[in-house]
Design a protein around this ligand. Structure first.
Ligand code: ADP
Length: 352
């Protein structure tokens, strides 16, 4: 178990690419932290710096009060689980799990106990004599986790562990990882580009873009109060609808509609009177009564809800309705918004 402090971590690669800018977080013992963002935003680089697989260009990494910034990976007491499993094909499941302990010359009986305990936790007891190629993708990923568990590390580092699995298995493995976290009470740093994984797994999410941390917070904080336009569009599926509007007294206006502000919203936007801002509306906050004309193009029934796609003026908009709707191409309805977000157009930051 461990507490980590990442202080002003930066990474500049040899080709001068600055992959990570001033990354700061204090991670509590047993916390599940998910780094999320689009491909190339610097999340793997950050994880690899924590693992010691990449040199830290500047800043400090502290684990349980000890500065490990320049410490080699093997001395950091961390275990990493990779996307491609990195299993040894010629070894059995048992040997794959036992290998790192054998290298460390751990006593054979202790290795046996640890492998059997990990296999039990992961439901691999009946697979121990098989080779990786005889296993399903989900089982291979479990072996990769087993290899980490037997080492009883202070910190587990997961690098996109589920991206090679199909959607159904990803969901199942996500729940297993959560149970594992509860059981091991381990500190976990987990990298993914998938906002659903971030929302479902994390105690706290770190959302990144282009090497910069955009927001750190609980899943609900990032969903409910995104710090800026980037987080607002990245977290939530389908993404938030965004409109350029002008503040005109107690209304927001644009070519295609007028939005009446509440007294509280009016006060919040007092400094923006006459200026353009961005209005954000999550698809689930579009309601089927109001004064805004919505021209429907598609009705996607997903079972438990319906995504209704269309346009307000020229602007594409998606609504998420919580029932089996049956709109058709060409239908016109009037909609409203039951919850909205405001963003400063210049800084892109949320206006609160
Ligand atoms: P992510 O994990 O979010 O997809 P990465 O951390 O892998 O992003 O990459 C962040 C940035 O650093 C990208 O611009 C990527 O091209 C660059 N990068 C990653 N690894 C290297 C490397 N070994 N040498 C140079 N640039 C790299």
């Amino acid at each position: 178990m461990a507490e980590l402090k990442l202080q002003h971590l930066e990474k500049v690669y040899d080709n001068k690419v600055k992959a990570v800018h001033d990354f700061n977080i204090d991670i509590k013992d047993g916390e599940f932290i998910v780094l999320v963002g689009p491909s190339g935003c610097g999340k793997s680089t950050t994880l690899r710096m924590v693992a010691g697989l990449e040199d830290i260009t500047s800043g400090r990494l502290i684990i349980d009060g000890k500065d490990v910034t320049r410490m080699p990976p093997k001395d950091r007491d961390e275990a990493m689980v990779f996307q491609n499993y990195a299993l040894y094909g010629h070894m059995t499941v048992y040997e794959n799990m036992a290998f790192s302990l054998m290298l460390r010359k751990v006593d054979k009986n202790i290795i046996h106990q640890k492998v059997m305990a990990a296999a039990e936790i992961l439901g691999l007891t009946s697979q121990l004599n098989k080779k990786p190629k005889q296993l399903s993708g989900g089982q291979r990923q479990r072996v990769a986790m087993g290899r980490a568990i037997v080492r009883n590390p202070k910190v587990f580092l997961f690098d996109e562990p589920l991206s090679n699995l199909d959607a159904k298995l990803r969901g199942a493995m996500r729940r297993e990882i959560l149970l594992l976290h509860k059981r091991l009470k381990a500190t976990i740093i987990y990298v993914t580009h998938d906002q659903t994984e971030a929302l479902t797994l994390a105690d706290r999410i770190v959302c990144m873009s282009m090497g910069h941390v955009q927001q750190i917070g609980t899943p609900l904080e990032l969903y409910d109060t995104p710090a800026n336009l980037f987080v607002a569009s990245f977290i939530g599926l389908p993404p938030m609808n965004l409109f350029d509007v002008t503040v005109d007294g107690d209304k927001l206006v644009c070519e295609d509609f007028t939005y009446q502000l509440t007294g509280e919203q009016h006060a919040l936007l007092a400094d923006y009177d006459g200026k353009e801002i961005v209005l954000g509306v999550r698809p689930e906050n579009v309601v089927e009564n109001g004064t805004i004309q919505f021209n429907i193009t598609n009705n996607e029934n997903l079972g438990q809800n319906t995504l209704v796609h269309g346009h307000i003026g020229k602007k594409k908009v998606v609504a998420k309705l919580h029932y089996w709707a049956t709109y058709k191409f060409g239908d016109q309805i009037n909609i409203g918004f039951d919850r909205v977000h405001f963003f400063d157009k210049e800084t892109t930051n949320a206006i609160r």
